[in-house]
Design a protein around this ligand. Structure first.
Ligand SMILES: *Cc1c(COP(=O)(O)O)cnc(C)c1O
Length: 368
């Protein structure tokens, strides 16, 4: 019986193996490991791709969010609104910047719910971190007008959304700064950890450059206490190669999403993500294909028995459900969703036949 893993890590390497080996060999042969030309080249290519002034490589996406928050001016005691349906890293970054993460709800598309944002604003609220989840960008008109009305800083967690757009504008470009992750399973994944922050603001960019490299200024003195959080030069070289093919990868993901949608939309037991091209303002890149399913656990077991891998994002718990963190829990949609949500396989190694097989098995499960 054929096996469809949730994610195919070895395939990442095979896709462009010869180019990767060449880049590794060239970079290592000249001893260029930290903050060298390959990093500068990748940062320039990324800022060009997104049409922004600055792209700054960091060790990972978590540090990209943290550096963005600190540089944008989040301070000790500031309340920062963040959807509970996100990786804990988003809330941890707020915490480590000195802020207090305040949970807000998500809507049917699993992204931040503007109504819930407005409901959770207090006198102490200083910022919003919209999470552009699953490769989709939230309605940033609504979030932007709330931020403007209350004078709030926006720092986007676009770790899952490189290349996604709302109203023609890229995820990551709506606020003071935007953060990306290049974790291997992300749409632009490297061979280890990696991340980047983007901004159009020169002061914020300067601060992020300091923060990621021990606070070292161009004069050699320490301008502030920073972190050791640079994007490795070798990873930057690999990312530079992949970025050239990136639009092709996105197009394939959108094709897979369309196929899932066509073959599954007749099943009333499922809530599917919005289909590609179904809403003119949204260009989704499908980092994930996250559905809600009735009888979810039995469906997952049935798929697993048929050698199809699925996972639950964040291990099955949104952030406020980890009680030890002591966060607010008034986020009913996210709370109820965790009983139904799951991810179907979504990656460029999937074939059409495999997608069809997955859809047939899901249909078979609900027909029984
Ligand atoms: C992956 C991810 C991060 C963190 O990225 P790392 O590179 O693993 O630190 C943050 N937020 C979201 C939504 C993510 O998916």
């Amino acid at each position: 019986m054929k096996k469809i893993p949730f994610f195919n890590y070895p395939a990442l390497y095979q896709e462009q193996r010869d180019e990767f080996i060449k880049a590794l060999d060239e970079t290592c042969a000249k001893g260029a490991y930290i903050m060298q030309q390959e990093l500068l080249d990748f940062e320039a290519a990324l800022s060009k791709y997104l049409g922004v002034k600055h792209a700054i490589g960091t060790a990972d996406g978590t540090m990209a969010i943290l550096a963005g928050l600190i540089a944008a001016g989040i301070n000790t005691g500031d309340e920062v609104l963040v959807p509970s349906h996100t990786f804990v890293a988003t809330a941890a970054a707020i915490h480590h910047a000195g802020g207090k993460p305040v949970m807000v709800d998500c809507g049917r598309d699993h992204l931040i719910d503007p109504e819930s944002v407005e409901k959770h604003i207090t006198k102490k609220t200083k910022g919003i971190v919209p999470v552009q989840l699953n490769g989709r960008t939230a309605n940033m008109n609504s979030i932007g007008s709330i931020a403007q009305k209350y004078g709030l800083i926006i720092v986007e967690d676009a770790c899952q959304a490189l290349g996604s757009k709302f109203a023609g504008r890229f995820a990551g470009t709506f606020g003071a700064a935007g953060a990306f992750s290049f974790y291997p399973s992300k749409t632009l994944g490297c061979f280890g950890d990696g991340g980047a922050v983007i901004t159009d603001n020169d002061q914020i960019a300067e601060k992020i450059r300091l923060l990621r490299d021990h606070g070292r200024g161009p004069d050699g003195k320490i301008w502030c206490f920073g972190f050791n959080s640079r994007l490795d030069n070798i990873q930057a070289a690999i990312l530079g190669i992949k970025l050239k093919q990136y639009d092709k990868f996105i197009a394939r993901r959108r094709e897979i999403a369309k196929r899932y949608d066509e073959k599954l939309k007749h099943l009333t037991q499922l809530l599917l993500p919005p289909a590609p091209n179904s809403e003119p303002d949204h260009f989704d890149i499908f980092q994930n294909y996250e559905i809600e399913a009735e009888n979810r656990d039995a469906l997952r077991k049935f798929l697993s028995d048929n050698n199809i891998g699925t996972i639950l994002q964040w291990g099955g718990y949104v952030i406020h459900q980890s009680e030890r963190l002591g966060l607010n829990t008034d986020v009913p949609y996210a709370d109820a969703m965790t009983a139904k949500y799951m991810l179907l396989p979504m990656n460029t190694a999937l074939t059409d036949d495999e997608v069809d097989f997955i859809c047939d098995k899901i249909t078979e499960f609900y027909k029984a």
